[in-house]
Design a protein around this ligand. Sequence first.
Ligand code: C2E
Ligand code: MG
Ligand code: MG
Ligand code: MG
Length: 283
Amino acid sequence: RAKELGRNQFQYFAKDIKQALQRDLVLLTQLRRAILQQQLTVAYQPKVRTADRSLVGAEALVRWHDPTLGPIAPAEFIPLAERSGVIAGIGELVLGRVIGDLLRWRAAGLPVPPIAINVSPRQLLSGGFAGWLHAQLQQQGLGPDCLIIELTEGSLIERGAAGLKVLGELSAQGFSISIDDFGTGYSSLSYLKRMPISELKIDRSFVHGIADDGDDQAIASAILSLARTLGLTVVAEGVEDLRQLQALCSLGCSVAQGDFFHRPLEAAEFAALLEGAGLRAAG
Ligand code: C2E
Ligand code: MG
Ligand code: MG
Ligand code: MG
C-alpha cells in the first residue's frame, strides 16, 4: 500500500517536472526568436518625490508579449534567460531601446531624468561590461549620468572580488549604482562601506505591510537611517496605496515608486508625462 502510494507520488512528481521542463523549453525557444526579431519592449515606471509626487526618474522594465503564449512576466523569463545565457541578448536589446527613447525624448526637448536599468549578474560579470556600456552611450553622444545601474545584492556579494571589481569599473566610468530589492539578500552590510553605491531600493515585501506591521516599519526605518549615515538615496518600491505612502513619509523616505503613483508606462505614455512635467517646471 505504502509502496503503491510512493510510486503514485513519484509518477505525479515526474509529471510535474516534465511539464515544467517542457514549459521552459517552449519559453526558451520563443524567447530566442523574440530576441532575434527584437520583439521585446520596455516599460518605464516613474520614480517620484514623496513630498509632491514630482518625477525624479524612471526604471526601465523589459516586456515580452509572445504572439501565441501571450504576455510573459519577467519573473518567469529573466531567471530562465539567466540560466541559459540568453540574458546578454535581452540586456543589449533593453539598452538599445532605452538609448533610442532617450535620444528621441531629448530631441523633442523633453526634460529627461536618469533612467534606471536592471542588470543581471551574468551580464554584469561577462567581462568588459562597464567599458561596453560606456561605449554604447558615448557612440550616441550620451554620458553615464543618463543611466542608473540597478543590481541586486546577490549579484555583487556572492561573486566576491569579481563583483567588487566590476562595481569599481562602473563607478570609474561615472555610473551611479543602486541596490535593488535591498534587504532580501541576507548579506553582510559591510559591502556598503567598501562599494561605490549611491542608492538603496527598499524591497516591496517590506513596503507591503508598512502601514500596520511593526516589523516592516522597523526594517524600513533601519534602512533609512543607514542610508542617511552613509549619504545614500532611498527609494521605496511597490507603493500601492495612500497609507503606505503616509507611513513612508513619516519615516522620512523621500523617493518612491509603485502602482499608486504610476504603473509601468509605455514609452509614449512616459513621454507625455515628461511633457507635462516640463510644462509645470516652466510655468
Ligand atoms: P525589480 O527590478 O525589483 O522591478 C520592480 C518590479 O515591481 C516590476 O516588476 C514592477 O512592475 C513591479 N511593481 C512596480 N510597482 C508595483 C506595485 O505597486 N505593486 C506590485 N505588486 N508590483 C509593482 P516586473 O516588471 O514584473 O519585473 C520583475 C523583475 O524582473 C524586476 O524586479 C527585475 O528584477 C527583473 N527585470 C525586469 N526588467 C528587467 C530587465 O530589463 N533586465 C533584467 N536583467 N531584469 C529585469
Ligand atoms: Mg529594479
Ligand atoms: Mg526591485
Ligand atoms: Mg523587487
